[in-house]
Design a binder for this molecule. Structure first.
Ligand SMILES: C[S@@+](CC[C@H](N)C(=O)[O-])C[C@H]1O[C@@H](n2cnc3c(N)ncnc32)[C@H](O)[C@@H]1O
Length: 198
């Protein structure tokens, strides 16, 4: 039975999108809604409200079931575009969305957003890009003047390496770390290098 499960996982769910859909359908990501995940969402919500008050246009890459938009609340954005590779997660996000939201299914390594944004968020999702730094730099071209990226990464054995590579390509505006019973999560607010005054 175990070898069948392993075969199923390796061969049948070989496609990235199918794997994520399977995991969402099985409820394997329900933990993201938990109290022990609230801190990292709250830090992002705080940064958005402080740095871009009013009606910012926000793009979230790898948005899952739309938890960030739900925690941010409708009065704090003018437009919210969320994308994720998992159709199943996007269906859930859409069901809870308001008229200022657009949710769509796409692969972050291929997706080309329409329009420009005040803030682009990668909340626990940049690991899934094949080329994290290049991906962040490509998305940064969709920022408005003075726009910013917000990236969170849960601490794991390669996270320092990943941050070093990301920080080489951006200017760090601010950093906050949340520690819960479950995990330690680092959040960076990044500016494209060329927008920083010398
Ligand atoms: C750890 S979950 C985080 C979800 C959400 N941002 C949150 O914090 O609750 C990672 C998300 O990235 C999505 N993802 C993985 N690979 C992706 C890709 N290539 N393109 C777009 N989304 C992807 C997954 O479907 C999943 O929803």
């Amino acid at each position: 039975m175990q070898s069948f499960t392993s075969f199923f996982k390796r061969k049948i769910l070989r496609n990235n999108r199918d794997r994520w859909n399977y995991q969402y359908d099985k409820g394997l990501w329900d933990g993201l809604k938990g109290l022990d995940e609230l801190a990292r969402f709250s830090v992002i919500v705080g940064y958005i409200k402080y740095l871009k008050p009013g009606q910012p246009e926000i793009l979230e890459i790898g948005c899952g079931e739309g938890l960030l938009q739900q925690r941010l609340q409708t009065q704090n954005y003018g437009r919210f575009v969320g994308m994720d590779i998992a159709d199943s997660a996007i269906q859930t996000a859409q069901a809870l969305a308001d008229e200022k939201c657009t949710y769509l299914v796409a692969d972050m390594d291929l997706y080309q957003p329409s329009g420009q944004f005040d803030i682009i968020v990668f909340n626990e999702s940049i690991y899934y890009s094949k080329h994290p730094l290049k991906t962040l730099q490509r998305y940064a071209t969709y920022l408005k003047a003075n726009g910013l990226l917000i990236v969170t990464i849960n601490n794991h054995k390669h996270s320092d390496e990943l941050w070093d590579s990301i920080k080489g390509g951006f200017e760090l505006l601010d950093e906050a770390t949340t520690v819960t019973s479950k995990s330690t999560c680092v959040c960076n607010v990044l500016l494209p290098k060329e927008t920083v005054d010398d």
